[in-house]
Design a protein around this ligand. Structure first.
Ligand code: GYE
Length: 303
């Protein structure tokens, strides 16, 4: 394989073959994340991208990673659907000399030599920001809270749950039930329907992403109640549909999770392939929005 510079009128760089195993297409956040990756890891930017969608199944991701190893790509990137169970396949990549970059979600492994870098938000902090706002607004009102969790075993579900619980400790907000809606609108709606049948005094929904919150809105409206008023809603992500619902008063507060990870991934992938040192952890910064802030942000919102 030819290496190095001095080719005819080119960029001076060799194309980087990168395999990316995406979680799935479960949410608006995921769609924006996929678009960012596909728009950034382009031929013009020096990449040859192989992209696969694991449909929220770890075995599909493991299979995709194995096929990237077999292809002999220069770098593998993926967003692990769940936290545990990655050591064997990451060990295989390491033995093959192929660097791995984690984007969006973390793995739970004792051995941090199995990947080069992890680019993504601080999900515990996101949960805390959601819980702090809830406490500020509603402490003292004896609020009963139901929680719509993300995909069981995923980093954002585990961390957002923990962050929120920590932030409402010592207040009179009480989480009366918590179930997974798998980060999808359909399952968020179904789980909320179940909660509404089971409890007649739900005051607040904390949904681990906008899509499940949007599903909950449908269930609340179908039950003849007004989302954002009769039942308050806090979500995480701040994708367009969520921000629109916040602007419309159907959601009360959204903590952002920035999905535009393509540029950071391109940068890290280039460095890793060039054998440069990279930061082990790159934390993406997130804001939060109330109704007024959403109305202001919507016209120029990228995702
Ligand atoms: O919040 C959710 C998506 O891993 C941060 O996955 C991501 C989460 C995001 O399905 O909408």
């Amino acid at each position: 394989e030819p290496t190095g510079a001095a080719e005819e009128g080119g960029s001076g760089d060799e194309t980087i073959a990168i395999g990316f195993s995406q979680v799935g297409a479960e949410s608006g956040w995921r769609a924006a994340n996929t678009k960012s990756i596909q728009d950034t890891l382009t031929a013009e930017n020096g990449f040859d991208l192989s992209f696969s969608d694991a449909q929220q199944k770890q075995e599909n991701q493991i299979q995709a990673i194995r096929s990237y190893i077999a292809q002999g790509v220069d770098v593998i990137a993926f967003s692990p659907v769940v936290e545990t169970g990655w050591d064997p396949v990451l060990q295989e990549a390491k033995s093959a000399g192929i660097p791995v970059v984690l984007t969006d979600r973390a793995v739970d492994s004792e051995d941090d030599t199995l990947y080069e870098s992890f680019i993504g938000s601080d999900f515990v902090l996101e949960g805390e920001m959601a819980g702090e706002w809830a406490a500020e607004q509603y402490d003292g009102e004896g609020f009963q809270v139901v929680e719509l969790q993300g995909t069981t075993g995923s980093a954002p579900a585990i961390d957002r749950k923990e962050g929120f619980a920590t932030a409402i400790e010592g207040t009179d907000l009480e989480i009366i039930d918590s179930q997974t809606g798998n980060f999808t609108r359909t399952e968020g709606k179904q789980v909320m329907e179940g909660f509404l049948q089971k409890y007649d005094d739900i005051d607040l929904v904390f949904a681990h992403n906008d899509d499940m919150g949007l599903g909950a809105i449908e269930a609340i409206e179908a039950a003849g109640m007004v989302p954002g008023e009769d039942i308050k809603i806090i979500t995480i992500d701040a994708v367009k549909d969520g921000m629109q619902a916040l602007a419309d008063g159907k959601i009360n507060y959204i903590v952002e999770c920035n999905p535009l990870l393509g540029p950071d991934l391109a940068d890290i992938a280039k460095k890793v392939v060039a054998g440069e040192e990279v930061e082990k952890r790159i934390v993406v910064k997130d804001e939060a929005f109330d109704q007024e802030a959403a109305i202001e942000a919507l016209p120029t919102r990228e995702y």
